[in-house]
Design a protein around this ligand. Sequence first.
Ligand code: PLP
Length: 433
Amino acid sequence: MDPSTITTPPATSFDPQSLRADFPILLQKAASGEPLAYLDNAASTQRPRQVIDAISDCYQRYYANVHRGIHTLSESSTDRYEQARRSVSVFLNAASSDEVLFAAGTTAAINTVARTWGDQNVGRGDVILLTMMEHHANIVPWHQLAERVGCEVVFAPLNDNGQVDQQQLDALWQQHGSRIKLFAFTAVSNVLGTINPVQQWVRQAQQHGARTLVDAAQTAPHMAIDVQAWQPDFLVFSGHKLCGPTGIGVLYGRRELLESMPPFLGGGAMIQSVTTEGFAPAELPDKFEAGTPPITEAIGLGAAIDYLTDIGLERIHRHEVNLTQHAHALLADVPGVRLIGPQDPADKSGIVSFAIEGVHAHDIAQWMDTRGIAVRAGHHCAMPLHKSLGLSSSTRASFYLYNTMDEVERFVEAVREVRAKFAPQGRRRRRRS
Ligand code: PLP
């Protein structure tokens, strides 16, 4: 299913308040004495007891190194580790769990593709096509590839609504044609919240004989993914953005591609045999998992996926759209706030980024913190995007399943306060009144 075609059930069936009880960290009060409003979920989410317990259970009852042991603990660890891989495979609707590789996160997964598939298949004069809304994790590895092999990195520009301009994208395919070896794009922007038409873009790349890499870091936590329907060549995401642990993520790749690629890291576990002359790599997925893997992290990721699947990603997405709708409607009444990204909440995920003229994003975030509201300020690892918007930074509130309408209202009230306190126009108005 394409994220832009998701149908969602009525919001009334969703109760974030009861879900909050699963998240111990959310039960605390902020330094201000107010309940903590955690609106920094695009950076990293919080973990429910179900995930914390799965990790703790592993360490307390059956932890051992995986794959190599004959003893009972090692067999139990291996079973749970491989069960987590199967959970991810079902989560992505992959044809086989051999196509699911564990990596340290989105960044590590993209670097793996650039260093293996990229070095093998991209050369001087070839083009890597990106969009202007990419996170640095989906820019820098391609600049590095360009330094190594002499390819060109080209960016598809955005329109005023924070979406890729499809006509200009078409023109880039016409201009560069078969020189484009890879179209690597985010399915959802981490700054604008824009939901991109994944399936349409994969088909377009296929028509030109190019490969695709989908950065699903901001998609996997919020929307159902179907790699068999979407047909990307690679798709990547991070565990910590979907209630899982840090240090674990996923590199999905189509089997024939993964089989044709050389391994990236060398060492234990990724070999079939080693001699003094060389080595023969193991079969998938071990070939790309050198050394002791992040065992408890993978098990925690499996628990996080089970947790989200039980709640239902479509319901989570619908809830986030409702929160975003409420935030947009309330912010429309606050003068001087520039919302960046799609103006219609139906076109975006639960991300609300904005700038206030004359007020630095850090001042906004700091003020919010005094109100017990955690938001992010800065360039959000998207400097080219901010430059294209004529901004050096923005402030981002990003919602998840445990956020409430009340938190959205507190957030907008804090925006009002910031503007009155820091913005030149706001200050003038206050002095006059
Ligand atoms: N891509 C996108 C769209 C992101 O939002 C992020 C993190 O914010 C990343 C990549 C990098 O993820 P990680 O830091 O988990 O590797």
